[in-house]
Design a protein around this ligand. Structure first.
Ligand SMILES: [Ca+2]
Ligand SMILES: [Ca+2]
Length: 135
């Protein structure tokens, strides 16, 4: 009887842990979908690690700014440079004015990582280079 109670308690703990992790991952996805271009960086656009296992993963500077902005993407957040790499969040995400409609021809970089920034190639040259690899 005592052994059964232990297994029951362990089973309940495992189920609760799985539900907690699934819930945390689901909410992170909901937050990501509020950003116009999240597919390139996924979780790393807001977190310090590329694949956080729980909702308690540390936020990077952009993730913190996004959260402080009410978890929404807009012109205010687009004009900020959260990671201080001299490129605005909008420039890095590919939505300069923050209207939620990304310019897919624009090169993107992570707005939460100061070591990742757009190259110095202008948009026209970048478009020519991209077309070389497009069939
Ligand atoms: Ca930046
Ligand atoms: Ca950056």
């Amino acid at each position: 009887m005592r052994l059964m109670l232990r297994y029951r308690g362990l089973s309940l703990f495992i189920i609760c842990t799985i539900a907690f992790i699934a819930g945390a991952l689901s909410s992170s996805e909901d937050f990501m979908k509020k950003l116009p271009n999240y597919d390139k960086f996924k979780c790393a656009i807001c977190h310090t690690v590329p694949d956080p296992a729980t909702g308690s993963a540390e936020l990077n500077p952009f993730g913190t700014a996004f959260h402080e902005n009410g978890d929404k993407w807009d012109a205010t957040l687009a004009t900020k440079d959260s990671d201080n790499d001299s490129y605005s969040n909008g420039r890095e995400i590919g939505d300069d004015n923050g209207d939620g409609t990304p310019d897919i021809s624009q090169e993107r970089s992570n707005p939460g990582n100061p070591l990742d920034m757009p190259s110095s190639i202008d948009n026209e040259t970048w478009g020519i280079i991209k077309n070389l690899f497009h069939d």
